[in-house]
Design a protein around this ligand. Structure first.
Ligand code: DNO
Length: 359
């Protein structure tokens, strides 16, 4: 298991490369060019700038998260061809600087979605929270109107400057079904996976978060059966998964350990984090420790050890602790604690395995 740490860039992150290099066992950053709009070809000078910064800190840039997919690709519009060509050129450039894995997602309109970015917990820390009733069964157009009418009311992804754009996106997706989305995904994979394969880059789709449809928008990367279907859409070792225990874990029916075993050779990248799911389906992000949430993180790390996982992993969202001012979910402290928990479980598994071979 190779441990990475997500880094949003020098002007975009409260955590520095000097902090990251001091976390035990972290060998690389998980990075992106966050100022690049989806669909555009990444400029080489910006890529090289990140490479040089990381190299100075002794960290690799093997994993990119994400190269975002333009909505026209997800919608299957004729204009997708331009954006797909740009995507291919970006893959080629990333290969030139030694990138090995590209994480991306295929969620319409929204990436991960929460209703509260700093929900206070009993111990005074804050964490990302999802309250079902705030999102589900709500007509998105009505929500746009309500937010327009009430400046106090806003949610991540629903900032006033995005609202007009959101309305037209909802309009564009009105008749897009899950089957359409599968077809558009298959088309995209058939275009880009051969390019990725030629350049020895593994593409790793991120599951939908939360793993169910929101605001009537289809979501398809939601669980084991759909991941199986996804891998068969384009059956290549370069078409893989970012197995995110937190996204999938928001649905307690998802058997993540089962997925690690079933998809073992198609997981180039693991996101490892815990959530606590409540009876009404709301969920909150917790520490990485198994006892603190609903997801068996210790069992998951053991499963990665059992399959001889040699891919990349990173701790995922953490809580905000000790008064830290940081991006929601992306503080230094809780993710560093998370890494130490993951290594603790991993090292214990290693020790047990050694004992079994040496009587
Ligand atoms: C959340 C992340 C996601 C992920 C994208 C990949 O913190 O795991 O935003 O980066 O879905 O495209």
């Amino acid at each position: 298991m190779q441990m990475g740490f997500r880094w949003f860039g020098e002007t975009n992150d409260t955590v520095s490369l000097d902090h990251i290099r001091q976390i035990p066992g972290v060998t690389g950053i998980v990075w992106s060019l966050h100022d690049m709009p989806a669909g555009e070809e990444w400029p080489m000078d910006k890529i090289l700038h990140v490479r040089d910064q990381a190299a100075r800190a002794g960290l690799n840039i093997d994993v990119v998260e994400s190269v975002n997919v333009h909505e026209d690709i997800k919608l299957g519009l004729p204009s997708r061809s331009v954006y797909i060509e740009n995507y291919k050129k970006t893959i080629e450039k990333l290969a030139q600087v030694g990138v090995k894995v590209i994480c991306y997602n295929f969620m319409p309109v929204f990436d991960w979605l929460r209703t509260d970015l700093r929900k206070e917990m009993a111990d005074g820390s804050t964490a990302l929270f999802y309250e079902r009733s705030k999102i589900e069964d709500i007509d998105p157009f009505e929500l746009v109107e309500r937010i327009n009418a009430n400046s106090e009311l806003t949610m991540p992804g629903w900032e006033p400057e995005r609202l007009a754009h959101l309305t037209s996106l909802f309009e564009a997706y009105k008749d897009v079904t899950e089957d359409n989305l599968w077809d558009n995904l298959a088309y995209f994979l058939n275009e880009i996976i051969p390019v990725a394969a030629r350049h020895n880059i593994k593409m790793a789709i991120h599951p939908d978060d939360p793993p169910w449809p929101v605001f009537g928008l289809p979501r398809i990367i939601t669980g084991q059966a759909n991941l199986r279907r996804f891998l068969k859409l384009h059956d290549s070792p370069f078409n893989g998964i970012t197995l995110c225990s937190g996204s999938l874990g928001a649905n307690p029916a998802n058997d993540i350990i089962g997925m690690i075993h079933e998809f073992a050779d198609r997981i180039p990248f693991a996101h490892i984090r815990n959530v606590r799911v409540y009876e009404n389906g709301d969920f909150i992000e917790t520490s990485h420790r198994t006892a603190d949430g609903t997801v068996d993180i210790a069992g998951i790390v053991q499963a990665y050890h059992d399959i001889g996982f040699a891919g990349y992993a990173r701790p995922d969202h953490g809580r905000h602790l000790w008064g830290e001012v940081c991006r929601p979910g992306y503080g230094l402290y809780d993710r560093a604690l998370g890494i130490m928990y993951l290594w603790g479980v991993w090292d214990a598994a290693e020790r047990r395995a050694e004992k079994q071979v040496k009587p």
